[in-house]
Design a protein around this ligand. Structure first.
Ligand SMILES: [Zn+2]
Length: 136
């Protein structure tokens, strides 16, 4: 399953950043997934539930933000949004460019560094790197 590989990549990346920041346990991971990416949110959640036990992700919540497809026309500047990719501008018929809808990246994650004063459990370990986790 394609999603297993994607989640593995995401978990590797989060683990690396968590380790660098002294995070011992990850409590929440938020992903942004474009609707044209091909990854199915339900399958990503399933993959996460399969891969997370006995790792720093055990018990963590996976949140997925599904991003609609957005196109921008380089000829007239019109922007359009939809569930599917349309290659041509609805305004002038020109070839449109995809500006959103293919991404898959870690928006942020939350974790616990094991210290007593962790408060709400959020300690600013955010990773906003827009790393593509797309694969073959
Ligand atoms: Zn146009």
């Amino acid at each position: 399953m394609h999603e297993i590989g994607l989640i593995q990549t995401v978990m590797d990346e989060v683990s690396r950043v968590a380790e660098a920041n002294g995070i011992e346990r990850v409590t929440k991971v938020r992903l942004v997934v474009g609707r044209m990416n091909g990854a199915i949110p339900d399958a990503l959640e399933f993959a996460f539930s399969v891969l997370s036990p006995e790792t720093i992700f055990e018990g963590a919540r996976l949140e997925i933000e599904s991003v609609p497809v957005r196109l921008r026309c380089p000829h007239c500047g019109a922007e359009s949004e939809g569930e599917k990719l349309a290659y041509f501008c609805p305004e002038c018929g020109g070839r449109a460019e995809l500006v959103a809808g293919q991404e898959l990246y870690i928006d942020y994650f939350e974790g616990d560094d094991g210290k007593e004063d962790a408060g709400e459990g959020r300690d600013g370990a955010e990773d906003s790197a827009r790393e593509r986790a797309g694969g073959p």
